[in-house]
Design a binder for this molecule. Sequence first.
Ligand SMILES: [Fe+2]
Ligand SMILES: [Fe+2]
Length: 214
Amino acid sequence: MSQEPIKRFVEHGVEQSPCSPMEPPEARSSSVEQVPEESLVAPLRAFLAEHREYEKVLNVFEQSLLALKQNEWRFNPEISAGLKRFFQFQDESVLAHHRKEEKCLFPFLREKFLATGEHSPSGKPVTPVEVMEDDHLKVGQSTCLVFNLLGLAPRLEDAKSRQVLLEHAFHLGQEIVETMRLHIFKENTVIFPLAQQLISADEWRVIARMIEEI
Ligand SMILES: [Fe+2]
Ligand SMILES: [Fe+2]
């Protein structure tokens, strides 16, 4: 396997980076050989299904943020419901999804990447696993911040101050959507196909058991 795709991944994300709203995930490409979904091991198929659910919630979140802006920063029941859905899903599903990846899959994958030299060329070795974990952490922090800003803003009496907070929440929310769309694209097209190639059948049995028990 060529190390070039991995080095590009660690240094720049998948081939085209940074992510832009003008460049939807479908327009990006990965040079890692793809594996049909039905041929993936069960834990990876489960992760893909969870990604699909997350993408639906991200779409609703994005639409709700845009509606809030178009409504001149006034909430209505539909906007509030869409935003609430995102934060609920984050608490109920996304945190567990990230925990399963970080505790069960990534430790095995990190070892494989280090053993095969698929990491950054200098300094402390950075593999694609660290890049993914960094996304989880940053998006988790931004999600908390957006939640707090959206909760705080309606309590401010000064309209200008309220708008400043909501505009900040809007931009952070857009960043979350773009970061997670690209993150899911990288996992689906780079991380998971490589995991399928590099991790043995015995190791997958261990991973599946760890996921069940987590
Ligand atoms: Fe992830
Ligand atoms: Fe994921």
